[in-house]
Ligand binder design. Structure first.
Ligand SMILES: *Cc1c(COP(=O)(O)O)cnc(C)c1O
Length: 358
């Protein structure tokens, strides 16, 4: 069977080459007579793969020595708790920019631990940079760089006072654009959107922020514990790390993060152009400066045609275009591994559908 064009928001498309490499090495990894899934994580084969994967991320994102790279589990949601647990220190409050589903959820989790100041932005927008007012005694400023459900992406780095560390959820745009580590004290990403299989999360944290937890912090939720043990405190998600390693190699072979960014813009521009040229038929309400390169959220002017759109799209192998259950409508997720041909096929289908039903 032919592979479909997969617009899933996550778990999401992976490079076909990577899947083939996994298949080829699944049963007998590099002639060792067993698979990665069956090997000790402490053995030299896996330990080397683990270190190499961190080194590849460091190289691809130009992560400076001031920051540690951690491989954790528990997805983005666990980070919603780990961030306040680890960064509050003696502070009593933190500031959250809330402009979509994931930042709202992160802020709600933080409220269990501290007072949360929120900077709100209207749905479908990012707050203007001059509205980012952060008190000097905030433990950190938090934002979600790409709101996967709402289709909103920051096109600038929000800033508070220099003394307040900046934290970003970059789950759904990880390795698709550069990260400024002079500005970001902590970024995290669940792998299953743009990087690899579910089960792995990556945290990149400035080393001086390690060790601010109190004695009651659960061991597994303490960044310092994971940093001290090189992310091998307990058994890491070995399979997910292997696949992520192959994805890193794939990104490197294909021009690195800069090329991923360029391709992302190319795919997204194509779909936004299609929506805008048929704006009597398709609607996208995201502010022009906040349109996500990764998740294009749109509706049909005539909502009743949505089911038909999805049905016909699937006949053209264009799959998983249904919007998130919270917002409805349609969503095309256009992650790193999605070929440009998929965006072209979607655009052609959208034009044809608009002609036939408009
Ligand atoms: C998917 C997603 C999450 C939640 O990830 P889980 O791994 O399901 O916990 C958090 N933040 C963003 C931006 C996401 O896209």
């Amino acid at each position: 069977m032919e592979r479909v064009f997969n617009f899933s928001a996550g778990p999401a498309v992976l490079p076909e080459e990577v899947l083939q490499e996994v298949a080829d090495n699944m049963v007998n990894y590099q002639g060792q007579g067993l698979s990665i899934l069956e090997m000790s994580h402490r053995g030299s084969t896996f330990a080397q793969l683990h270190e190499e994967t961190k080194a590849l991320i460091r190289e691809l994102l130009q992560v400076p020595d001031t920051h540690d790279i951690l491989f954790l589990q528990g997805g983005g949601h666990t980070q919603f708790a780990m961030v306040p647990l680890n960064l509050l220190g003696a502070a009593a409050e933190a500031t959250y920019i809330v402009n979509g589903v994931w930042s709202r959820k992160a802020a709600a989790e933080a409220e269990k631990f501290c007072h949360v100041n929120t900077i709100l932005a209207a749905d479908g927008s990012v707050p203007p940079s001059d509205s980012i007012n952060v008190p000097n005694d905030a433990a950190y400023l938090y934002y979600c760089q790409n709101e996967t459900v709402n289709g909103v992406e920051f096109n600038y780095t929000p800033a508070g006072p220099d003394c307040v560390p900046l934290v970003a959820d970059i789950s759904s745009n990880f390795l698709s654009r550069a990260v400024d580590f002079n500005r970001h004290a902590l970024v995290f990403a669940g792998a299953q959107k743009n990087f690899g299989p579910a089960g792995l999360s990556v945290v990149i944290i400035r080393k001086d922020l390690l060790g601010l937890t109190t004695d009651t912090c659960p061991t597994m939720l303490d960044y310092a514990v994971h940093a001290k043990h090189g992310s091998m405190y307990n058994t890491p998600p070995t399979f997910a790390i292997w696949v992520a390693n192959l994805v890193c190699h794939w990104i490197k072979r294909n021009g690195g993060v800069e090329a991923m960014d360029r391709r992302a813009r190319e795919r997204a521009d194509l779909i936004y152009r299609t929506i805008d040229s048929f704006n009597a038929f398709y609607v996208n309400t995201i502010a022009g400066n906040a349109r996500s390169r990764m998740n294009v959220v749109f509706n049909l002017q005539e909502e009743a045609l949505t089911e038909l759109f999805l049905r016909e799209a699937s006949k053209h192998n264009l799959m998983n275009l249904k919007g998130h259950r919270i917002v409805g409508g349609l969503r095309a997720s256009l992650y790193n591994a999605l070929p440009l041909e998929a965006a072209k096929a979607l655009s052609e289908f959208m034009i044809d559908f608009a002609h036939r039903h408009g």
